[in-house]
Design a protein around this ligand. Structure first.
Ligand code: ADP
Ligand code: MG
Length: 308
């Protein structure tokens, strides 16, 4: 069980006199929960997603983003862990370290990478995550031991046949099996794994690939920014099933950013939040999304700020 706890988060565009965008965001997302974050264009939703992931375009000038883990979340770590290893301030960490701890950001406009297959990309991403995790949780005593080992090893040559060590890396065959399982779960055609990442993918395939990536990386919390934009109804249903599976099969906590209520018919949120002018102006259950669909956002503005 992981909890992402955002408190009074404030962020501005990282340039001189950069515009203040987030004005004190409070939000808590736990494992197994689906949160929908809605709000008019320009209210700061994508900025929040990027700040959680550690995007350098923004400067955080107040508040905190804590990630609390439990023993189960670190069951893969082969170290003596202490209480400290379960509580992290993400603002002190690099984007790749945040990802290694279990934060996943699905992009609104995924990149195309010619020459790298979906399989290779995902296997590399998974191995990079595992390596980064080991580094994050490695304790200082171990560092000293490793230095001592390195000195010992320097004494004799290792065989040229040995090849690079790949401690803890997932092998090709094991990975392929895992990928096939995830693809079946998401109802993705098998040949897709050998295509180049996003190259010539339709908008829908790109989004499905983002969900597949999340399924493979098994994040604690997945932040999905407008994953529903530009999808036809069939693809929207596939992507939605994938998001539900993340929660149901892996216990992932989902922060689903969306401008439209439509996807929420397929991915039923436990909580709905409305962001206006860089703040969460109102939170509620699924019924809040229905009211927004019928009445738009002005009534929230009126209720909260007394102006439309
Ligand atoms: P949303 O996703 O809710 O539509 P955004 O977070 O993308 O909103 O943007 C919020 C506001 O911040 C907008 O006015 C946008 O123009 C501005 N903004 C966001 N990122 C930047 C940036 N990198 N540079 C300048 N302005 C930005
Ligand atoms: Mg946006």
């Amino acid at each position: 069980m992981a909890t992402l706890e955002i408190e009074n988060l404030q962020a501005a565009v990282a340039e001189e006199d950069g515009e203040q965008i987030l004005e004190g965001v409070n939000l808590e997302v736990k494992s197994n929960e689906i949160h929908a974050l809605m709000g008019p264009n320009g209210s700061g939703k994508s900025t929040l997603a990027k700040v959680i992931a550690g995007h350098p375009a923004y400067e955080v000038n107040g508040g905190s983003i804590a990630l609390h883990l439990d023993d189960q979340d670190v069951a893969d770590i082969d170290e003596d862990l202490e209480e400290d290893d379960l509580h992290w301030e993400l603002l002190e960490l690099e984007p790749n370290e945040r990802a290694a701890l279990g934060i996943f950001l699905g992009f609104q406009y995924p990149k195309e990478i010619e020459g790298v297959t979906v399989t290779n990309f995902l296997r590399q991403a998974l191995n990079a995550k595992a390596d980064e995790r080991e580094e994050l949780f490695e304790d200082e005593e171990d560092d000293e031991e490793q230095e001592a080992d390195a000195e010992d090893e320097a004494g004799y040559d290792s065989s040229p046949m040995e090849g690079p060590s790949d401690d803890g890396e997932i092998g090709v065959a094991e990975f392929q099996q895992r990928l096939q399982e995830q693809m079946q779960l998401l109802d993705i055609d098998g040949e897709y794994a050998q295509r180049y990442l996003n190259a010539g993918f339709s908008g829908g395939e790109k989004k499905q690939n983002e969900v597949l990536q999340a399924a493979v990386l098994e994040p604690a919390v997945a932040v999905l920014d407008e994953i529903d934009s530009g999808l036809d109804i069939d693809r929207l249903q596939d992507v939605s099933e994938g998001i539900n599976a993340l929660r149901d099969e892996q216990g992932t906590g989902v922060l689903q950013i969306t401008h439209y209520q439509r996807i929420l018919e397929y991915v039923e949120p436990d909580y709905v939040h409305v962001m206006i002018d860089g703040e969460i102006a109102k939170s509620g259950g699924a019924e809040l999304a229905n009211r927004l669909e019928d009445d738009g956002y002005d009534w929230v503005r009126e209720e909260v700020y007394g102006t439309a």
